[in-house]
Design a binder for this molecule. Structure first.
Ligand code: HEC
Ligand code: HEC
Ligand code: HEC
Ligand code: HEC
Ligand code: HEC
Length: 391
């Protein structure tokens, strides 16, 4: 078995020749359905060319003037040229070229051997050295977890290839635990501290410990369709990565809503089953809207906002300048919270509970130059539930 040499992202000098040639389109040949989903994901659109929200924030970021696209380590780790320029302290700016458009590519994710923890800034991904003709790909497979060799192509004495893997293109290693717990995701998602050591965005580790319920099981649920065109399977892991931008409805079951009538009115309880704050990015604004439907009348209750606003000296500021969290009202990991309403209900009333969100808090749109961006302005209904009043 060939020895795998880990390369830290901070040592991109050792360039990974086959990874450079290994494009998403190449994987598409044999994994078309996964590719189709992936194309719709935030991971495939994480560059300034495909994500206008990202671009607008980058345009305001001080590193732009310094010609250092430091976002690349997480937003375009497939762009080896750029990462190397960053490492060498040269001009390191995104170019509208093929490599940059690979974004968070198939091969990048499937080459993550481990993650390097860094509490001071952000964690980093450690990639396997795929500097050979046949890339090694990590994947989970419970049945073959202890048997990596089965998926390696061996050379026979006559110099002919005798394939023992059904993939003509790559080796597969099934023994990497981080593909079972979702820990690979933490390499970019765990936390992100700015220069003032303020944590801008945190996804708690608790979501990547358990093999039963983790980042993968929630955000990449099993869906219909074969994972490849060679061995056929009924199901595969969803590669659109359900989130706030793509397919939020796939996650709504993790927000539980309940209702109780009381002597002075009623209560609505929200339970966040996600193992992190319900919304993570500090630009987001969540809203809890409750409406009583009485005969043909609609009685709207006071809307409750959910946010985490960063700032300096008590005033909101750009995340890179922020020194404190100035206001916070977000449903925390696995939090259960009850909201009381003092409107008396009548028999036959229907109470409609709605949780929705804006990708970008409408109050921030102008400052971020996003007033014309439809996606940023859109209000998404994440979940609604209706409760009938029986007495
Ligand atoms: C020429 C066809 C072909 C190409 C190109 C290809 N694959 Fe595969 N891949 C396969 C086949 C066949 C299997 C199933 C192997 C088996 O089960 O023995 C597979 C299996 C996998 C698995 C593991 C599934 C599992 O749990 O065992 C992953 C992950 C994967 N491929 C990722 C990729 C990525 C990423 C790329 C692009 C860099 C890629 N593949 C390109 C044919 C291909
Ligand atoms: C440590 C990894 C990391 C680095 C470095 C990083 N980001 Fe991100 N970024 C993320 C992750 C992970 C998300 C998704 C978070 C979410 O959706 O809650 C994200 C999301 C975003 C979003 C929100 C997009 C949306 O979905 O609305 C913006 C804007 C953004 N990043 C800008 C930047 C800019 C600009 C830089 C460089 C100056 C940068 N990021 C550097 C990891 C990173
Ligand atoms: C953000 C990281 C990430 C990206 C990007 C990614 N994958 Fe995956 N992929 C995973 C994880 C995690 C799993 C689930 C664990 C496993 O089965 O290995 C997985 C599973 C798979 C599987 C196993 C079979 C199954 O059940 O779905 C295949 C095949 C695969 N990916 C191919 C691809 C291809 C092709 C692309 C690009 C079009 C891609 N992946 C992009 C993380 C990623
Ligand atoms: C029990 C299910 C569950 C687990 C486990 C889980 N999540 Fe989530 N995640 C959710 C729900 C629910 C949401 C909120 C709804 C949405 O984004 O549409 C969410 C949202 C997100 C978002 C988007 C937040 C935003 O503001 O845009 C990211 C990024 C994310 N999760 C990453 C992760 C990562 C990484 C892990 C593993 C460490 C993880 N999640 C574990 C359920 C889960
Ligand atoms: C190489 C870095 C990297 C890795 C590894 C990674 N992500 Fe992401 N992820 C990002 C970035 C960057 C974004 C934000 C892209 C944007 O909106 O511009 C993101 C966005 C997301 C979102 C938000 C999608 C949406 O529609 O709002 C989810 C959910 C998510 N990632 C889940 C995962 C999961 C699950 C894993 C592990 C299987 C994972 N990510 C691995 C960098 C990464």
């Amino acid at each position: 078995m060939s020895k795998l040499i880990p390369i830290l992202l901070s040592f991109w000098l050792v360039i990974n020749a086959s990874a450079e040639l290994t494009t998403n389109k190449m994987c598409k040949t044999c994994h078309p359905q996964i590719y189709k989903e992936y194309e719709t994901s935030a991971h495939s659109k994480s560059t300034i060319y495909k994500d206008e929200i990202h671009k607008k924030i980058w345009d305001l970021h001080p590193n732009k003037k310094k010609n250092k696209y430091t976002c690349a380590v997480c937003h375009s780790p497939g762009d080896v040229r750029l990462l190397k320029a960053l490492e060498d302290g040269e001009i390191a700016m995104p170019q509208d070229d093929k490599k940059h458009h690979e974004a968070i590519s198939c091969i990048t994710c499937h080459s993550i051997q481990n993650i390097e923890r860094d509490p001071k800034t952000h964690d980093k991904i450690v990639l396997v050295d795929n500097d050979k003709k046949r890339p090694t790909i990590f994947a989970a497979d419970e049945l073959n977890r202890d048997n990596d060799d089965v998926y390696q192509r061996k050379t026979s004495i006559f110099g002919m290839f005798k394939s023992r893997s059904r993939s003509p293109y790559h080796d597969i290693k099934h023994s990497n635990d981080i593909f079972y717990t979702g820990k690979l995701c933490l390499g970019c998602h765990s936390h992100f501290k700015n220069e003032h050591e303020l944590n801008i965005c945190t996804t708690d580790d608790e979501g990547a410990i358990d093999e039963e319920s983790n980042c993968i099981t929630c955000h990449m649920p099993m869906v219909e369709g074969s994972y490849s065109t060679v061995p056929m399977s009924k199901k595969h892991r969803y590669h659109g990565f359900a989130g706030t931008r793509n397919k939020p409805e796939m996650l709504s079951k993790y927000l539980k809503m309940s209702f109780k009538q009381t002597q002075t009115g009623f209560e609505v309880t929200l339970e966040n089953e996600a193992k992190h704050n319900l919304l993570l990015h500090p630009m987001r604004l969540g809203l809890l809207k409750v409406t009583i439907h009485r005969d043909s009348q609609e009685i709207k209750m006071k809307t409750i906002p959910f946010f985490r606003i960063l700032g300096t000296n008590g005033k909101p500021s750009m995340p890179w300048l922020a020194t404190e969290v100035i206001k916070e009202n977000m449903l925390k990991a696995e939090e259960i919270k009850t909201y009381k309403y003092d409107t008396l209900l009548k028999k036959g009333d229907k109470v409609e509970v709605e949780f929705g969100f804006y990708l970008v808090n409408p109050e921030m749109l102008e400052k971020l130059n996003l007033s014309d961006n439809e996606e940023a302005k859109k209000y998404t209904i994440f979940k609604t539930e209706s409760f009938g009043v029986l007495k």
